[in-house]
Design a protein around this ligand. Sequence first.
Ligand code: UDP
Length: 242
Amino acid sequence: MSQQPQYKRAILKISGESFCVPGGFGVQRERLDRIAAEIAEVAALGVQVGVVCGGGNFLRGVNSADELGIDRATADYMGMLGTVLNALALKDALERLGQPARIHSALAIARVGLPFERHRCIDHLEQGRVAILAAGTGNPHVTTDSCAAIRGIELKADVLLKGTKVDGVYDADPATSPHAKLFTHVTYDQVIDGRLRVMDIAATELCQQYRLPVVVFNLFRQGTLRQVILGEPVGTRMDDAK
Ligand code: UDP
């Protein structure tokens, strides 16, 4: 198997839940360090890595608006700020490993991160700094999946990597269906028409429109991110190949 990275630039989407125990809240040290180590390992291969952090370990607008009786847009801005908390933790964890990283935030938060600006972000990627893309798109009513698709396209990434807690895309929920079958490959249409759980439909449609391939993989199997980058057959690849 080739030991050369198959991708020059990758956008990695990690859900907020990856930062804590399943169903938990906030950031847990062990999980944070594990994610940082996986990212630092592929950055050391010379791959340019942008990371879109979710924020569901703090708050999701769709749930919190009703719970708190607040406007949905307000709840979404709160959710975006949750992604910034994860971004700050991840930046420090990466730098503790000697991997330089910069936060590029879609919401202007001076002193905490740079305002996201496409060219500046590309410059940082080219200089070998992990670009942590915080605050989603900066707009309410969408999620960080859509952000990952948009950033992947505008930063001209070769691939969008979706790190999850399962091994890839299944024909049923593997948590409840013990015989769920893991796909090694799916097309965008298969995912959209079959409503397979990969990421938001809007994000999938964007990837399809701009032909950005997606690899869904288990972020918590040690070394899997590296295997994906090296083109080894792990996870599920989504593209338009029949
Ligand atoms: N969010 C938003 N706009 C964005 C990205 C995120 O409004 O561009 C808000 C939204 O409320 C979302 C929350 O931030 O629920 C956290 O993001 P997400 O649910 O995507 O996190 P994940 O599920 O990946 O942890």
